[in-house]
Ligand binder design. Structure first.
Ligand SMILES: Nc1ncnc2c1ncn2[C@@H]1O[C@H](COP(=O)(O)OP(=O)(O)OP(=O)(O)O)[C@@H](O)[C@H]1O
Ligand SMILES: [Mg+2]
Length: 260
């Protein structure tokens, strides 16, 4: 029998009809996006296209005026960001948000703690268990720092890291939450070429272990080398979607960039 039926793969993340206005400015206008499990999906577009705002809507750091977001088969657009993180979707920021006066290791442990949603009483009643969890979190943090090349900086203040190392620390912190999907907002911006290469290798490695990524990036080499599929946003709306080479030769995309 010539069976041509294929089983559809459900996206790990799918959003449709997303709208967000700030006063008179429509930053995101009926945008839609899908991330296939195990993929590295790119999100590009000229400055001010609405990419970061779209990330804010997907992770509910900003509530959309309209639209829906489905993660892992469940609607999440009404969940607080920490609950979305707990479910396995975590995002980083265009300007890395590390806590400068804490050590690199403390930054990592805080990311794990925020996920468990600890409070005073749970610490009081579950003292023994917490100590064990803390030890485990510490081991895990050191393991991730070693894998990402920051283990020698573990005891240093995060404030003393270079811009590129801060980007690495943000990715490392995101990994503490054991995500299925990581949203990275310009992981290569302000990073030197050697470190960009290291970040790309790292993303590729994690992807081969099954982690999905959605990446905003202006560095086209990064997009071309990493992504399976690329979405182009312009003036808040979807302009194109395709493989990196399809996008590279799409005249509408070129026009959107030249016209910015
Ligand atoms: N909190 C806000 N208040 C008012 N306007 C905003 C806010 N956030 C974003 N905007 C506006 O929404 C539009 C989209 O901005 P956004 O930061 O999402 O773009 P972007 O595609 O991430 O750009 P870049 O590539 O420069 O990072 C811009 O016109 C921006 O000025
Ligand atoms: Mg942005």
């Amino acid at each position: 029998m010539n069976d041509t039926t294929t089983i559809p793969i459900l996206p790990v993340l799918s959003a449709a009809g997303l709208v967000k206005s700030f006063g008179g400015v429509v930053a995101v206008n009926e945008a839609a996006i899908e991330v296939v499990p195990g993929s590295i999906t790119g999100l590009i577009g000229p400055n001010g296209a609405g990419k970061t705002t779209l990330f804010n809507l997907l992770s509910n750091f900003i509530h959309p005026d309209r639209g829906r977001v489905i993660f892992d088969g469940e609607p999440i657009q009404n969940l607080p960001p920490h609950e979305i993180t707990q479910r396995g979707m975590v995002r980083t920021f265009q300007v890395a948000r590390v806590l400068s006066r804490l050590s690199v290791l403390e930054n990592m442990l805080l990311a794990a703690q925020q996920q468990t949603g600890e409070n005073f009483w749970s610490t009081w009643f579950l003292g023994g268990r917490i100590a064990k969890e803390e030890r485990e979190a510490r081991d895990r943090a050191m393991e991730i720092l070693a894998s990402i090349g920051l283990v020698e900086k573990a005891q240093d203040y995060a404030g003393g890291l270079s811009g590129g190392q801060r980007k690495l620390l943000e990715i490392a912190r995101a990994l503490m939450t054991r995500p299925k999907l990581i949203l990275l907002d310009e992981p290569a911006a302000g990073v030197n070429p050697t470190l960009i290469h290291q970040i790309c290798e790292y993303i590729g490695d994690r992807n081969r272990q099954g982690m999905s990524f959605l990446i905003i990036e202006h560095n086209m080499d990064v997009i071309m080398s990493l992504c399976d599929r690329v979405y182009v946003l312009a003036e808040g709306s979807n302009l194109a979607v395709g493989t990196p080479s399809e996008i590279q030769t799409n005249p509408n995309v070129l026009e959107a960039y030249l016209g910015q």
